[in-house]
Design a protein around this ligand. Sequence first.
Ligand SMILES: Cc1cc2nc3c(=O)[nH]c(=O)nc-3n(C[C@H](O)[C@H](O)[C@H](O)COP(=O)(O)OP(=O)(O)OC[C@H]3O[C@@H](n4cnc5c(N)ncnc54)[C@H](O)[C@@H]3O)c2cc1C
Length: 415
Amino acid sequence: MQKYSAISLAYHAFRGHRHWQRAWRSPEPRQHYDVIVVGAGGHGLGTAYYLAKHHGLRKIAVLERGWLGGGNTGRNTTIIRSNYLQDESGGLYELARSLWETLSQEVNYNVMFSPRGVLNLCHDEHDLKGVQRRVLANQASGIEGEFLTPAQIKKEVPEMHVACPRLPVLGASLQRTAGTARHDAVAWGYARAADALGVDIIEQCTVNGFRIEGGKVRGVETTRGAIEADKVALVPAGHASVLANLAGFRLPIESRPLQALVSEPLKPCLNTVIMSGAIHGYVSQSDKGELVIGGGADAYNGYAQRGSPHVLAGSIGAVCHLFPQFRRLRMLRSWGGVVDIAPDASAILSPTPVENLFINCGWGTGGFKATPGSALAFAHLVANGSPHPKAEGFTLNRFASGLIIDEHSAAAVAH
Ligand SMILES: Cc1cc2nc3c(=O)[nH]c(=O)nc-3n(C[C@H](O)[C@H](O)[C@H](O)COP(=O)(O)OP(=O)(O)OC[C@H]3O[C@@H](n4cnc5c(N)ncnc54)[C@H](O)[C@@H]3O)c2cc1C
């Protein structure tokens, strides 16, 4: 792989930028692989990368029905944080957050990680107690975070209408090491680094069946023919239950539309990410100057990558409630994705009832932030057959044992 650096940039500038190496190949599928990863989002591409890098596997394919990064990875609002309530989540999300700090160097691709801080606002007593409890839980387990009073919030974000009469801001948690990253770059960076380790990334290749013999997976059926594999790792986000159905088992997952939108660009005015679960809206400012706005998921199941106008209107209303000056802005575009929501709002990284078939899903509205940690832990599970120490609680067993990881309060607004 050609190394990206200031020197290579200068070298190619002198040659008119006409001789850059392709970032990744476009190979034909082989007949057999050690591992097939289904889904070329950040989690799937990252899984392939860590399988090759940490576990020495070389015959790996990532199969993608569309284009890589075209699922939720390229559609999210890029918020990264680790301030979840339960110890299991704190451990996994904090592993991911720490990996973000060096991900650009790891994959030699600028993922533009920007630890600009994330504020989670509260607007009533109940909210306040929940957020304070979460800050204390985080501090007890070594995850950075603090509680801010309204006066301190006003100091951090002078533009915010903290004392608005209808829903005044009573306090907030602030995680200063949280922030944002460039979502497409995460997929592209992992794709390029995985390709350099010999991983075949095969786009326009839909998995539409499985070869299962004696309860053991032997390969997949695809729109480009059958491909054999010793192991299959499913990372299909909103289509998890569709693939599970094809493999003959059921998942406790609901797939729902979730959407976001951006405004016309503004001069820099927001230097942090602001989220409010109570009024269901959040906003940050992209490096281009656009306000990136999101809210809750639609209340019904659906596979169309678009959501309901009234949900979008609600999110805009929530943001304008906090920042009345944004009412004058024009919105540039909106889009949607399909998110996979588990009953306890936590992810599933698990073996399945089919031997050598593994699944990583259930990240719902908040899996972008987990990408490097999820990929690292899932690669461990696929390679060794046993969960990574930071992901032991996330198997499907929890829905039978009752040891669920309830994160509804920490994941209350899409993020
Ligand atoms: C509008 C929106 C805003 C969000 N905001 C945030 C946020 O701010 N912070 C955050 O942490 N998270 C956020 N999320 C959630 C986050 O985007 C996802 O949890 C995360 O990107 C999931 O990554 P993934 O790699 O698992 O899935 P994806 O990127 O969706 O990848 C799955 C891939 O599988 C492919 N696939 C599916 N079925 C098949 C098949 N049969 N054969 C082959 N390929 C298949 C799909 O085409 C897709 O490319 C948001 C999501 C949305 C939609």
